[in-house]
Design a protein around this ligand. Structure first.
Ligand code: 5GP
Length: 142
């Protein structure tokens, strides 16, 4: 498998070299909004440990990411009045992965609203700011 590339965009976000709409952080994970959301409130949870995908992350770090996604999902259900939630993690290009730092997608769902195709539309920054504010507020309860 290709080695982890520390110059990937999410590694730059982790190092503070590239901005993001951060909604949650702890010792092990960072969560921020997807700037090309497939649903309202689409959030990415990433490990602070360098890992390309499911094939090189430790079970412990994967657990931290899953725990982060669990927390985000609970808050996003409230923040966006979601009817459901789609969680996903893609590994390698053939698995649909585009950014090669492991990430878990947390996508709030509403009845009869389909997911947009991946990377189909860059969201308005004002909308992302508003969604981040709502999600951060909802996270206080979790
Ligand atoms: P993948 O297909 O690798 O699982 O998903 C990568 C995700 O990262 C996509 O949903 C895409 O919209 C998102 N993405 C790509 N570049 C950026 C970026 O610079 N910032 C943020 N927040 N998300 C990004």
């Amino acid at each position: 498998m290709t080695a982890y590339d520390p110059n990937n965009i999410f590694a730059k976000i982790l190092r503070g070299e590239f901005p993001c709409y951060k909604v949650y952080e702890d010792d092990h994970v960072l969560a921020f909004l997807d700037i090309m959301p497939r649903s309202t409130g689409h959030t990415l949870v990433i490990p602070k440990a360098p890992a390309r995908n499911i094939f090189d992350i430790t079970a412990e770090d994967y657990g931290h990411v899953a725990r982060g996604a669990h927390k985000i999902a609970a808050a996003a259900k409230t923040a966006f009045k979601a009817d459901g939630m789609t969680i996903g993690q893609f590994s390698e290009a053939s698995g649909g992965q585009v950014v090669f730092h492991l990430h878990m997608h947390v996508m709030p769902r509403h009845d009869d609203v389909a997911l947009l195709p991946p990377t189909s539309r860059k969201e308005d920054p004002k909308v992302l700011e508003d969604h981040a504010t709502k999600l951060i507020a909802a996270l206080q309860a979790f």
